[in-house]
Write a protein that binds this ligand. Structure first.
Ligand SMILES: [Zn+2]
Length: 338
């Protein structure tokens, strides 16, 4: 088969790769229905995260089970399934407590921008849909695999609840779907921090009630103003930079909650500043597996439509265009079809 491989900064190729095969009895092989480019793929693409050798890419996927290893019991060939970017057994203590992305046996696997994918720990990792999805449901199901699951964790980790005032820092796909999650969890006010008109529109469509275009100290001042000097109850940091994290902490009221789900790059926290901010911090790689059954149900029953976040659809062999469009921010998120 051919698959997506990153060779260096701005050098994405769709090239010959070995067909994935069952390597362990707990593996499954999927025929990919749709995959996509993640905001976190842009760090190595831009050369900010160095790579020493060509790396296969892609960690968001959904598709049909093609083959399973002899120990796999929960999924069968022919089923449509979704999984998260970390394979997890879903039985160890961390998994049972809902932190599958810290599974004691977790395996990261990132080669989903391809027609076929090997999924380790298939029983713990994959969740099947009630049936074969309609074509137009596939983008929303794909979104549950990472970008929605991560936005959902952002809202959950920041304790978004009915009546609360929520701020979302970051208008990438995760930030936009964090707005959708906060809306589902009953937030009263959702303030989206975004400077881009098309993203602002999507933010409002997903449930934002206000937009703040300023960022950094000006953004913080604006949030203070909108909350009568108090700060927000829950602030969802969906970027991962020093500026966005400080913007999040400083926008939060004493006793409020900050979640952070963007992979940090060059971010460090000042202990004294943190001490006096009086905020709760909770974040990390989203335990998407915890939310998958519920998110699939919400999509399946058409209560949410997170697939709207894909504003570019490409055949898989044009994956390089997807990276370029997201890098240049002409697309929010590119969906890839084998
Ligand atoms: Zn586990």
């Amino acid at each position: 088969m051919k698959g997506t491989v990153l060779h260096g900064a701005h050098d994405v190729r769709f090239e010959d790769r070995e067909d994935p095969r069952i390597e362990k009895p707990t593996d499954a092989i999927l025929r990919i229905a749709a995959a996509c480019v993640c905001g976190s793929d842009l760090w190595p693409y831009r050369g900010i995260q160095k790579i020493d050798q060509p790396v296969p890419m892609g960690h968001e996927y959904c598709g049909v089970v093609e083959e399973v290893g002899r120990d796999v019991k929960n999924v069968k060939p022919g089923q449509f399934v979704i999984g998260s970017f970390f394979a997890s057994d879903n039985t160890c203590p961390h998994c049972r407590l809902g932190y599958q992305s810290s599974c004691q046996h977790r395996e990261f696997f990132g080669s989903a921008q391809a027609p076929f994918l090997r999924v380790p720990l298939a029983d713990g990792t994959l969740v099947s849909t009630p049936g074969m999805p309609a074509e137009n449901t596939v983008p929303s199901l794909l979104a549950t695999s990472d970008v929605l699951g991560t936005g959902w964790f952002a809202a959950d980790a920041a304790e978004v609840k009915p009546g609360k005032t929520v701020v979302v820092v970051g208008d990438g796909a995760v930030g936009l779907l964090a707005i959708l999650a906060a809306r589902q969890m009953g937030a009263e006010r959702i303030i989206a921090m975004s400077r881009h008109e098309t993203r602002q529109k999507l933010a409002l469509g997903f449930g934002a009630t206000e937009i703040v275009a300023e960022r950094g100290d000006d953004g913080v001042a604006r949030i203070r103003e909108l909350t009568k000097g108090v700060g927000a109850d829950s602030v969802l940091e969906c970027v991962g930079t020093q500026e966005s994290m400080m913007q999040a902490i400083q926008s939060t009221r004493p006793g409020g909650h900050v979640s952070y789900v963007g992979v940090p790059h060059g971010m460090s926290l000042n202990g004294e500043q943190l001490f006096f901010s009086h905020v709760h911090l909770h974040g990390g790689p989203a335990p998407v597996r915890r939310y998958l059954p519920n998110l699939i149900e919400l999509v399946w029953t058409e209560q949410i439509n997170p697939g709207k976040v894909f504003d570019l659809v490409l055949p898989l062999d044009r994956v390089a265009e997807g990276y370029r469009a997201m890098d240049e921010r002409t697309a929010i998120k590119a969906l890839l079809r084998p």
